[in-house]
Ligand binder design. Structure first.
Ligand code: GLN
Length: 200
């Protein structure tokens, strides 16, 4: 299965490194152009700056191409800025302009809601399907999931707070599994994606 990482801006090298540990050589595709979306079995949307990624998606022609793939059921794991870009609803963030979104994940999120860069933190996260010790969640200027709608369901929690959701093949996480050195979420998602047999 070919696996893409949207490679326009953000923590792309970290995602590629995390995936190199769990995928066979040659199956990873950094995606910068619409044609590179072809024949993927799964795609990762990295963290970064959602407003910048949204602008680069439009300028590269990837916005329209990716919207079509998302509507078609491409399995996606989106982290942080990626979650923001998939959200159905953005609560206005403090002083920020907020990006346009694909509106695919039925959640309301608010950018930068845990505070500034200096207030970034690590916390234990419980993830559905991840057994054993808690997952080390790295939160960097993370979006807060304020509400989960009927078309999505929670899959990750920090205490009582929902920090990850899923709608069928599309997963959105407020934290960064690619930065924790723990491959369990990548492995879980890739197993689900390979069972989905999406290839077009
Ligand atoms: N604060 C960023 C944004 O709003 C997201 C941060 C991240 O991806 N680590 O886009």
């Amino acid at each position: 299965m070919k696996v893409g990482v949207l490679a326009l801006q953000g923590d792309v090298p970290e995602h590629l490194r995390a995936l190199e540990g769990v995928l066979p050589k040659g199956s990873l595709v950094p995606v910068r152009r619409p044609d590179e979306l072809s024949h993927l079995g799964a795609l990762f949307l990295p963290g970064g700056e959602s407003t910048t990624i949204a602008r680069l998606l439009s300028e590269s022609g990837l916005w329209t191409a990716l919207a079509a793939k998302l509507a078609d059921g491409l399995p996606v794991l989106a982290t942080c800025a990626g979650l923001i870009l998939l959200a159905r609803d953005l609560a206005p963030s403090v002083g920020g302009q907020d990006p346009p979104t694909f509106g695919l994940l039925d959640v309301r999120v608010r950018r930068n809601d845990y505070g500034t860069q200096r207030e970034s933190f690590e916390a234990d996260v419980r993830v559905e399907g991840v057994a054993g010790r808690p997952f080390p969640g790295v939160f960097i200027r993370a979006p807060r999931i304020q509400a989960v709608g009927a078309d999505a369901r929670p899959i990750a929690w920090r205490g009582e707070e929902v920090v990850g959701v899923r709608a069928g093949p599309v997963w959105g996480l407020a934290f960064h599994p690619e930065l924790s050195g723990d491959p369990r979420i990548h492995q879980l998602f890739l197993r689900a994606a390979s069972r989905a047999h999406y290839r077009t």
